[in-house]
Design a binder for this molecule. Sequence first.
Ligand code: LLP
Length: 415
Amino acid sequence: MDTEEYPIKHKEILLEISEKFKTPTYIYFEDILQENVQKYRDAFKNYGQFRQMYAYKANTNPAICKILKNLNVGADCVSEGELHMAKYTGVNPRDVIFTSNGKTDESIEFALNFGCTINIDGFEEIEIIDEISKRLDKKPKISFRINPEVNPHTHDKIATGVKESKFGINIRQAIEAYKLAKQKNFEILGIHCHIGSQITEIEPFIEEAEKISKIVTDLHDLGINLKFVDLGGGLGIDYPHDGNYNGLTHDDLANGIIPIIENLNKDLGYEIELILEPGRSIVGNAGILLTKVLSIKRTPYKKFINVDAGFNDLIRPAMYDAYHKILNLSNLSDGDEIFDIAGNLCESGDILGKNRKIAAKRNDVLAIFDAGAYGFSMSSNYNSTLKPAEILITKDKKVKLLRGREKFEDLLKIY
Ligand code: LLP
């Protein structure tokens, strides 16, 4: 057992939190967030114009957004709500990109008034943005999301740049899209693509960077000079924590991508800005979900630990068969029985961890690791449950309640 692991190191404070604020509760660690931003900075330090735009979808708790803004990290937003959050947080619109395959008129208006980059996803959207910007008398800053047809070797549901994907303009139509945009009153800033999430190999990133660079060079030959290349989300993370993880490091990513972009710069005759939009690798391991054991059940076939969280709180195991390490903070001994950790929703698929060797009894507090990304942000009120509380452990080890647990009255709100 790695006693350096955060939930173990902070065991006492976490058990106190579970008493005081009850469970289920998300806990975030500010120092890990900061370290994660720094890891990208260190790896890409030799590339002058490198920028991180944190993918808000991973976790938009306002305090997390603020911490990242104060570290000069931009925002990758995918809805009007996320744009509001970026504006509320004080992120400079220069550091905000708005990506979505289905933008509402209201979200486009908001983006135009805010002044961020609008990442166009399809041919009809060129006309829609042209029309709305004329109506508002604005000159939109734009880029295109290109689907580069790259297999990222990840779960099907989070592969976003394969040729059948709903996202972006197909790579074969990319030049045509820019030519059309050139006829409009647009400020054409860049090119974007995102091939998927939880990627643990370098090859897909290399293929993506090479394909996109080729387009940027072709555009340059046509007199369209882009200012940025945005290669989308960041690294996958180590979920199993079993010592066998050999996924990509930040250095692997930088060493894979930078030479390709430097070659591109030679063709262009100037240095293009390189953007990444990491989400999971910024907040994933910076958060855990605390849940309490309600009861133990031993059937003739299987054994269950029933807990007070479910896929309403953390949907990743049910939705992507994702593995999250689970540890009993009240009893760190290994145990000799195998249990499924069962959520308390009325669905058979509500299992947070399958076949885990763990010792537990009623009222013990379990920590579900790596829940900072796509945890709370994907939570719901299914089964009329209340969304969990969110707490920050600050750099100086203060416990700060960021968002209280929902109350029953919140379910009665009628507008
Ligand atoms: N940029 C764009 C345009 C994206 O669509 C995404 C994630 C990211 C950046 C951030 O990617 P990351 O650095 O986190 O890999 N809910 C799923 C993940 C969905 C990811 C969707 N797009 C999960 O829990 O695994």
